[in-house]
Design a protein around this ligand. Sequence first.
Ligand code: BGC
Length: 403
Amino acid sequence: MSKKFSEDFLWGVAHASHQVEGNSKGNDWWDWEQQGKTSEPSNWACDSWNRYLIDNKLAQNLGCDAFRLSFEWFRIEPKKRKFSQVGIEHYRKLLQDLKKRGIKRVVTLWHWTSPMWFVKDGGWHGENAVEHFSSYCKKVMEELGAEIDMFVTINEPRLPLNRGYLTGDFPPGKRNPLAFLRARKNMIVAHRECYDICKKIQKNIPVGVTQFCNIFEYANPKSPLWTVTKKVEDNYNWYFQDHIKDKQDFIGVNYYFGMKISLLPPFVKMKNIDKELTEMGWGVYPNGLFKLLMSAWKRFKKPVYIFENGIADKKDTRRAKYIKIHTEAVLDAINQGADVKGYFYWSLLDNFEWLLGYSKKFGLCEVDDKTMERVPRKSFFEYQKLIARYKGELEVQTDNIKK
Ligand code: BGC
């Protein structure tokens, strides 16, 4: 008989400060946008800095157990070692409001954006990176640690490292393998130090990272190339977590699509269960999530959380099904023994999709770019029902979600 999601399984949504808060003058992505490196600037984003109560209420209405959000470093530390009480109190209020609503707070310390002072002092590849990041972490833990239920130090370290230091399309825009290696080492050391800092200040807080993961498909598993493929996959998915093995309480994964590799192109194929790719050009492949969860569980034997999974779907015709089939894959993994403890849909709102600006719509809610009104899509209500069904609740709460 098929197992159910455990009672403490976290159903949630996720977003990140720079993508929703708006007016992020003071960080490197804002600067990058002003240099014309993105299709459009983030400007006011979703104005969540001012409208976070509405966002929190939406998450509550959805039936979420948890909300994953991130802190914007420059708002907490606008100048080196000069912390802003305004920034700290803002996040305190936000977190306390979530608690009042019965929603657990999963906080990411760094979701790709750094203060300009940090960048000017060398950024992630600079010699002071670890010291700066650890000091930021210590302040956050001291001030806000009691309001945080789970702590993710770094979001998807591989992406900003590859794209900031190898392909150069993310800040700091370098194509420099040596700087890449220095930055990667600094991120690993910074996480390890932050883990100890967190445990000293809030000893029970679960701490980890979350990584962008893919599953590589190879058409002929008997080929010797398959061994190579598996090595590529392991390195791609787990390099960072392998290096912080003893300093993480859970394994965070972000999963969006299955990946085709081109070792021997005619024999490589991506299994895509939909006829079309998504608006990001990604393949829909829930079995990849199943395989990923099994791989994470077998490798680390620690609780696994899917901190992001989502689809860009402007017309909202595919989102509800996407969520359904991916959560079924999660249940399959649980049935096969994996200790999976949470699923967070990316994202609650349409938001600023980095280089691609506002063109990609991942939101359960549409955001009117003039009035900033949040308008729940049909899939919002489908996800709401799905959560209620998985929890075995008979009735779905339906009070006025716009207020
Ligand atoms: C990132 C998000 C991003 C999402 C969709 C993830 O890699 O963490 O910030 O919006 O993918 O591209």
